[in-house]
Design a protein around this ligand. Structure first.
Ligand code: C2E
Ligand code: MG
Ligand code: MG
Ligand code: MG
Length: 289
């Protein structure tokens, strides 16, 4: 492509290109040893029950501190991990950490649900469901508190195979959640057939609420769709009280966002959870399932 664009162009864009390639290389080779070097850490972002303002669960979000680059965003390194297949071992490590933590927290906080992001490559890996089941058994995490977050884009290809994988996971007792809902290409017909337990309204539809009329309509439709189809619903990226109130009035069960808390390392999550626990007997993840 460089030659095809002519010599003049080469000079303009090559340095930038090679810088990006170098950065990519640094990330990929760094990721290869990130686990054993102890550079990865799982943070937990609280997910709140909007009607009571109590904590209902959390999402595990991966953090990486590279020795030279510093903190690298998962938005940058997850796609590289995905392309290089490193995501399979990294994803397994995240699941292990999250399930271990869920088990440790259970006596203290009750059965909060724990959502873990699953990438396309992991999801299609033939050993995935067995791996998840093994991790859940080894860690002693209750299977029904584990929620696997997948995206629409992942589900809408190879739909027969997808259906089999989802049914397998669901049959083993794991919850399935559709992340970033509304941004991909979902077919409502498949949404009806797939065993999805929860929809997550993407942040892009939440950020301009309640003033943006289109976003308000979209949020309303997603909430009503979930409620009618026996799915639970989470709004992502809630940053203001107005947004939280608006979504609660729509009938949105759960909310996640900086209004409540940023993703937190274990110690700080524990402090937050202690302050925001509901009655342990009214367990949202079970009673609303
Ligand atoms: P996601 O799964 O949609 O996660 C939510 C993202 O929104 C997180 O970004 C979170 O920090 C951010 N967020 C939450 N509340 C707010 C808010 O009120 N305002 C704003 N502006 N942002 C908010 P993060 O942690 O940077 O992760 C980005 C994406 O990287 C995730 O999006 C997910 O797709 C991916 N990711 C993160 N950890 C993992 C992992 O362990 N495995 C896989 N496969 N992907 C992961
Ligand atoms: Mg997610
Ligand atoms: Mg999301
Ligand atoms: Mg999102």
């Amino acid at each position: 492509a460089a030659k095809a664009m002519g010599k003049n162009n080469v000079q303009v864009w090559t340095p930038e290109m090679s810088q990006r390639t170098a950065q990519r290389f640094t990330i990929e080779s760094g990721l290869r040893h990130a686990i054993e070097n102890g550079e990865l850490e799982v943070y937990y972002q609280p997910i709140m029950h909007l009607a009571t303002d109590k904590i209902a669960g959390m999402e595990a979000l991966l953090r990486w501190e590279h020795p030279i680059l510093g903190f690298v965003s998962p938005v940058e390194f997850i796609p590289i991990a995905e392309e290089s297949k490193l995501i399979v071992s990294i994803g397994e490590w995240v699941l292990q950490q999250a399930c271990r933590q869920a088990k440790l927290w259970q006596p203290r906080f009750g059965e909060l649900f724990i959502a873990v992001n699953v990438s396309a490559r992991q999801f299609r890996d033939p050993g995935f469901a067995d791996n998840v089941e093994r991790i859940v058994k080894e860690t002693g995490c209750p299977p029904n508190v584990l929620e696997l977050e997948v995206t629409e884009t992942m589900l809408m290809s190879q739909t027969n195979e997808t259906m089999a994988i989802l049914n397998d996971l669901s049959g083993r007792g794991f919850q399935l959640s559709l992340d970033d809902f509304g941004t991909g290409y979902s077919s409502l017909a498949y949404l009806k057939r797939f065993p999805i337990n929860k929809l997550k309204i993407d942040r892009s539809f939440v950020s301009d609420l309640p003033h943006d009329k289109d976003d308000a309509a979209i949020a309303q439709v997603i909430v009503s769709l979930s409620n009618h189809m026996q799915m639970r619903v989470v709004a992502e990226g809630i940053e203001t009280l107005e947004q939280a109130h608006f979504l609660r009035e729509l009938g949105c069960t759960y909310g996640q966002g900086f209004l409540f808390s940023q993703p937190l390392p274990v110690g700080r999550f524990e402090i937050f959870a202690e302050k925001n626990l509901g009655l342990r007997s009214t367990d949202h993840s079970i009673s609303l399932a």
